[in-house]
Write a protein that binds this ligand. Structure first.
Ligand SMILES: Cc1cc2nc3c(=O)[nH]c(=O)nc-3n(C[C@H](O)[C@H](O)[C@H](O)COP(=O)(O)OP(=O)(O)OC[C@H]3O[C@@H](n4cnc5c(N)ncnc54)[C@H](O)[C@@H]3O)c2cc1C
Length: 285
């Protein structure tokens, strides 16, 4: 995030701090906010609020969550969110969009000589943003938000969550009181359910990380591929994106979620770069 923008966010956050919470009276303490979900939205919200003096708890159920997302980040995002080079696994300048009849368009052609598309792993990206929020003063909580309640629609909101702070898969029931809640818990949001946000469309995605022989990996050194067509997804796209020491192969859909595995199989076996034929073996697991 650019400095001017950060300042604008911070001053807005300070305004929030003085917000009258009860009976029109200003608070004599920092506003307490729980941000549910430590993905990019939640981490950035927590960072901005903490920077503005708000007391923030950032609750994330899985600190090493590898969200099945392409993880391609455009250059403008690197600048706007002040992202370090260390979170970028690879920089590609070729991005092919491939049609069902194997016609190709190199989307990367519009990049200038100094530009690239960053390829990152989401667990690395999200972890970096969460830690940056913590450095600004946000409290990171490893827990699964279960429900929230507010008595007669006023006063503090109680967040009930399963704390994983002490390890273990089941967690320990815990709660905290806050003045505001930010739902940044993704497509299947419990916060949205709690506030009766209603139905909305969402995509599901499937992604595999596949280690391929070095000579095949060389093919993807500077290349990301996107496949379109009903076989890989009726409404989304399939992708083969090079990451740290592997390719991430995935697809997504909104309209036919039950067929996601079938679309994934078509993505890994599509076009010239069939991951099932290389070396004479099929990498489907
Ligand atoms: C198929 C597909 C491919 C995509 N590819 C790209 C791409 O290449 N580049 C790009 O920029 N964007 C891509 N996107 C979009 C990107 O994934 C989203 O915009 C982004 O992840 C949204 O971030 P978020 O923080 O809002 O939610 P999320 O990233 O979904 O984060 C939500 C977080 O909340 C946590 N959580 C959920 N429920 C709870 C709970 N009850 N308690 C505590 N924690 C909880 C989850 O563990 C998760 O960490 C893609 C999306 C899809 C579907």
């Amino acid at each position: 995030m650019q400095v001017a923008q950060q300042r604008a966010f911070a001053s807005r956050a300070r305004t929030v701090r003085c917000y009258a919470i009860k009976d029109g009276a200003a608070l004599d303490r920092p506003l307490r906010v729980a941000v549910i979900g430590g993905g990019p939205s939640g981490a950035c919200a927590a960072e901005t609020l903490a920077q503005g003096g708000v007391e923030v708890a950032l609750i994330e159920r899985k600190m090493d969550n590898c969200k099945p997302c392409g993880g391609a980040i455009p250059l403008c995002m690197v600048e706007e969110f002040d992202l370090p080079q260390s979170i970028i696994d690879r920089k590609v300048t070729k991005m092919k969009m491939i049609s069902p009849s194997n016609r190709e368009v190199d989307v990367g052609k519009t990049l200038s000589e100094t530009e690239y598309i960053g390829m990152c792993r989401r667990e690395v990206f999200d972890d970096y943003l969460r830690n940056r929020a913590a450095e600004k003063g946000a409290k990171l909580v490893n827990g699964l938000m279960m429900r929230m309640e507010q008595k007669e629609n006023e006063g503090p909101i109680t967040i009930h969550y399963n704390s994983y702070e002490e390890g273990g898969k089941v967690g320990t029931p815990a709660s905290m009181e806050v003045d505001l809640v930010i739902g940044a818990d993704g497509a299947n949001s419990r916060v949205a359910k709690e506030i009766d946000a209603g139905d909305y469309d969402y995509a599901i995605a499937f992604q595999e990380r596949i280690r391929i022989p070095d000579d095949k990996m060389k093919y993807y050194e500077n290349l990301a591929e996107m496949y379109v067509g009903d076989d890989v997804s009726p409404d989304f796209y399939g992708w083969v994106f090079p990451k740290y020491d592997h390719v991430a192969v995935g697809t997504g859909t909104v309209v036919n979620k039950t067929a996601i595995k079938q679309y994934q199989q078509a993505t890994r076996c599509g076009g010239d770069a069939c991951l099932c034929f290389w070396g004479g073996w099929c990498v489907f697991m």
